[in-house]
Design a protein around this ligand. Structure first.
Ligand code: TTP
Ligand code: MG
Length: 362
């Protein structure tokens, strides 16, 4: 009989702000907020992430900087230094890859490892996870949290369970006991809308979900209903697929004349998103990250990216995400160039069920 798989989900703790603290140790222990256009809390941007000290004030990712400032005026506000975070990310990913060839990076700070062939049981896996945590802390000076479980979904829920610097090991026989008391929102892909729908059905915990009739779930949530049921039973599994060498697909264009009119820029973003989307489909990929590039007449250039909660190959979701990121620049003028791209690519024909792979309810 084949033994159960052993999957790690590794996620860096407050990634951008941990890197900033590492670069400048006087920030250690302080509320640190990293975001676009922070201007010491007076800017118009949004919070990318913040240190765990800042989270105690109620600050979180995607909050307006102005609100973060109201919650904690004493916080240290820093701009996003994506170039630095990418460098650190690449080093961390190389460390992870060295532990198992079955490695899948899913965002700038998280990855899955299948260590079934490396650790013979869950106790060995726990020791291995500790080694990985030490390795990253010593080499890169930041902490991460690891979830260890028989499948990706449970491993992801487990890595989030005891953050920061956590290690949560859920062997197969403990999966249901672990999942059932948790709120349904802990399931990746279950957002506010799905949670509210479930609440109306009397489903609050993952245990409640596991008891719900599968036909009813399918009627309410379509195909995702079946997966929700499987997740709640701890049986939903999908392979760890190695991330592709192809890094990104993108398209950019310089305006013939610097542009003042936001509508013109948005039209261009729509055109670029359509072109990128077509190329993604033609080449048989799905993506998870959308990137935006904006250059002004003085050549100042900004890049932004957002990782979606599910894979997609849809131009509309590229455009939607690009426009969301672009809203930060509304009110500015003299646009010289804009670019749209996608990364975090996976080939669909190699893995047919990729689009179904993640619960995407919201
Ligand atoms: P996360 O892993 O979601 O968050 P985190 O690492 O900051 O904190 P946690 O300890 O809870 O894992 O995201 C990784 C990085 O991605 C994060 O440091 C900043 C960036 N990010 C954004 O720019 N915008 C967002 O809305 C989110 C959620 C993350
Ligand atoms: Mg993280």
């Amino acid at each position: 009989m084949l033994s159960d798989p052993i999957i790690f989900h590794i996620d860096m703790d407050s990634f951008f702000s941990s890197v900033e603290v590492r670069e400048n140790p006087v920030l250690e222990g302080l509320p640190v907020v990293v975001g676009s256009d922070p201007k010491n809390g007076m800017g118009r941007g949004v919070v990318s992430t913040c240190s765990y000290e800042a989270r105690q004030y109620g600050i979180h990712s995607a909050m307006a900087i102005s609100k973060a400032y109201r919650l904690c005026p004493d916080a240290v506000f820093l701009p996003v230094n994506m170039h630095l975070y990418r460098e650190v990310s690449e080093k961390i990913m190389s460390i992870l890859k060295s532990y198992s060839p079955v490695f899948q990076q899913v965002s700038v700070d998280e990855a899955y490892l299948d260590v079934s062939r490396i650790a013979s049981d869950y106790s060995e896996a726990e020791k291995l996870a500790k080694r990985i945590k030490d390795d990253i802390r010593i080499s890169e000076g930041i902490t991460c949290s690891i979830g260890v479980a028989p499948n990706k979904t449970v491993a992801k829920i487990a890595s989030d369970y005891n953050k920061p610097d956590g290690l949560t090991v859920i062997p197969p026989e403990k999966v249901r006991e672990f999942l059932h008391p948790l709120d349904v929102s802990k399931i990746p892909g279950v957002g506010e809308r799905t949670r509210t729908l479930m609440d109306k059905m009397g489903i609050r915990s993952i245990g409640d979900l596991s008891k719900c009739d599968v036909q009813l779930l399918i009627a309410k949530f379509g195909k995702a209903g079946l997966r929700l049921k499987q997740v709640a039973n701890g049986t939903y599994s999908s392979e760890v697929i190695s991330t592709l060498a192809v890094k990104s697909i993108s398209k950019e264009d310089t305006f013939a004349k610097d542009v003042e009119d936001i509508d013109v820029v948005e039209e261009m973003l729509a055109r670029l998103s359509e072109m990128v989307g077509e190329r993604v489909v033609r080449k048989g990929y799905v993506f998870r990250t959308v990137n935006l590039k904006v250059r002004f007449s003085d050549f100042s250039t900004y890049t932004r990216s957002v990782t979606l909660s599910a894979y997609s190959n849809d131009s509309a979701s590229i455009l939607r995400t690009a426009l969301r990121m672009f809203s930060e620049f509304e009110g500015r003028s003299k646009f010289r160039l804009v670019g749209v791209g996608v990364s975090n690519l996976v080939k669909v024909d190699k893995y047919q069920s990729r689009l179904d792979d993640f619960l995407y309810c919201d």
